[in-house]
Design a protein around this ligand. Structure first.
Ligand code: AHM
Ligand code: MG
Length: 338
């Protein structure tokens, strides 16, 4: 990944993308607004205990999960920042049961924004990286007041996707369909600066990320795949593997975009009726677009995630993403078993 010689701000990068015909003026401004909201969330996350923002909010979200105070704060920041800009027709959040059209008092634009306001929030109280994941779709033609059904578009229809990791540094990873680029927040200047152009995921890897404690709940081919990884060079895979699991998808995916690897949250039978833990629209689709744009692959163990036609806003999906050859290997175990 070549380093960038001269500092280029996110604003300048987006203007250049607009001149190249890769983004419309509205999409450029929309991304700027999301980035501004991420800066605000970064400040709140960074204050930690001093800001009184740690701990549970005492509420549950639509998924029945306990919300952290910062889940609620991050959601509110994103809603407020995006309501009045005129670029969006509607929003949907992992933390809200239904999508929201932009209020009537503001002009409505042509895009739909979906987000997981604070992914990995179970890690907040232990001071481990968390992040915001977002996905942008086009509002279907002729629709002025979008409803949930209008958001149910396949991941390959995303016009932009990205995430922001609130870690030792705050970094924004973005694709508008022309490669994946990394911007680091310059805290003194308050602006995102392009620090890595065209991130690429190596095709092969010796590193996997999975919550092994769920093994007894997995399907047989998944158990077999991981058993073979663990046997190492003496087994059918012929190499020794290392394991990492941060339990923040943003941080695990960021490691994979930086040095390769495979991230898996497979189907499990822990929660009947829910095929896996992660959500298609807020987590799997945007991460899959980023990984594919960086030369990696993303499947649900059987098919390409970006080709899935969603039928529910909060639909769950098994996720296998990262280094292409390894995702293909894990997918093969499932297909050969079927
Ligand atoms: P969240 O959006 O409620 O934070 O849940 C998603 C997170 C992912 O970031 C992470 O990969 C996974 O849940 C961790 O799950 P587990 O607790 O099983 O390790
Ligand atoms: Mg999440």
């Amino acid at each position: 990944m070549p380093p960038v010689d001269q500092p280029i701000s996110l604003t300048r990068y987006l203007i250049e993308e607009q001149r190249a015909g890769h983004v419309s003026a509205d999409l450029r401004l929309l991304i700027e607004v999301v980035a501004r909201a991420c800066k605000t969330i970064s400040v709140a996350v960074g204050k930690g205990a001093l800001g009184g923002v740690l701990g549970d909010a005492g509420t549950g979200n639509v998924q029945g999960e306990a919300q952290k105070k910062l889940d609620v704060i991050a959601n509110d920041v994103l809603l407020e920042a995006n309501a009045w800009g005129g670029h969006l027709a509607g929003l949907a959040s992992e933390e809200m049961e239904h999508s929201q059209p932009i209020p009537d008092v503001y002009p409505r634009g042509n895009y739909l924004l979906l987000f997981d306001p604070l992914d990995g929030s179970s890690n907040i109280d232990v001071n481990v990286s968390v992040g915001t994941i977002f996905s942008v779709l086009r509002c279907p033609e002729g629709v002025t007041t979008p409803e949930d059904a209008h958001f149910l578009q396949a991941g390959c229809d995303q016009v932009a996707a990205g995430y922001c990791v609130y870690g030792p540094s705050t970094t924004l990873i973005l694709t508008v369909g022309h490669g994946v680029h990394q911007f680091t927040l310059d805290r003194e200047q308050g602006s995102f600066v392009l620090t890595t152009r065209s991130m690429t995921v190596p095709e092969e890897t010796k590193e996997f990320a999975i919550n092994m404690s769920n093994k007894r709940h997995w399907e047989a081919p998944m158990q077999q795949y991981v058993d073979d990884l663990l046997i190492g060079r003496e087994g059918p895979r012929g190499k020794d593997f290392n394991m990492r699991w941060i339990a923040s998808m943003v941080a695990d995916v960021h490691r994979i975009l930086t040095r390769g690897g495979v991230f898996i949250y497979p189907w499990d039978k822990k929660d009947p009726g829910k095929p896996g833990k992660l959500r298609l629209m807020y987590e799997a689709n945007p991460m899959s677009l980023l990984i594919e744009q960086a030369g990696g692959a993303a499947t649900n163990g059987r098919m390409r995630i970006l080709d899935i036609t969603p039928d529910q806003l909060h639909q769950r999906v098994p996720v296998f993403l990262g280094s292409k050859k390894e995702v293909e290997a894990a997918t093969r175990y499932h297909l050969e078993h079927d």
